[in-house]
Design a protein around this ligand. Sequence first.
Ligand code: S3P
Length: 175
Amino acid sequence: MKDGHKKSIVLIGFMGSGKTTVGIKLSYKMRMVVEDTDKMIECKKDMSISDIFASQGESAFRDMETELLKELSEKKTCNIYSVGGGTPIREENRALLKKIGNVVFLRIKPETVFKRLQNDTSRPLLQGDNPMEKIQNLMEQRKSYYEDAADVIIDVDDKSTDEIVNEIVDYVEKH
Ligand code: S3P
């Protein structure tokens, strides 16, 4: 870290890009607390993400994300945050993410997401027919938002969690 000054770290990226796993390992390595915004919302609302989508719809969930980001952006503590794959879609959220800390985009290819999430039932946006097509379409729609929000981009497809974590640590130490 430049002159020892710490900032929060925010992990963004598509579903299945490893934000949660990388966040946990990074937290050990950096000795910083990690929080997962999906989990914080589930806890606050006492409902799973799937149930929130089913009972209140996606836009209500997006409002919850924005509300939480506003709270986090006011905090003085430096933490690691992994956020939901759709969080950077909103312009307001992208600004809030930048306000919270260094934004790290874990970039992944659609085929890798498909392989990793084939049997997953916890992502409402990927359920139903043709998950590969859904992944490709969503990724295409979101690509520029992720890039726009990112301070640094890390390709994750063929890397181990440790390699990814080390790249993030290298980046953070220089910025
Ligand atoms: C979503 C990603 C999920 C979760 C919700 C919506 C998305 O988080 O927030 O299902 O729109 O990409 P993960 O990226 O942690 O799976």
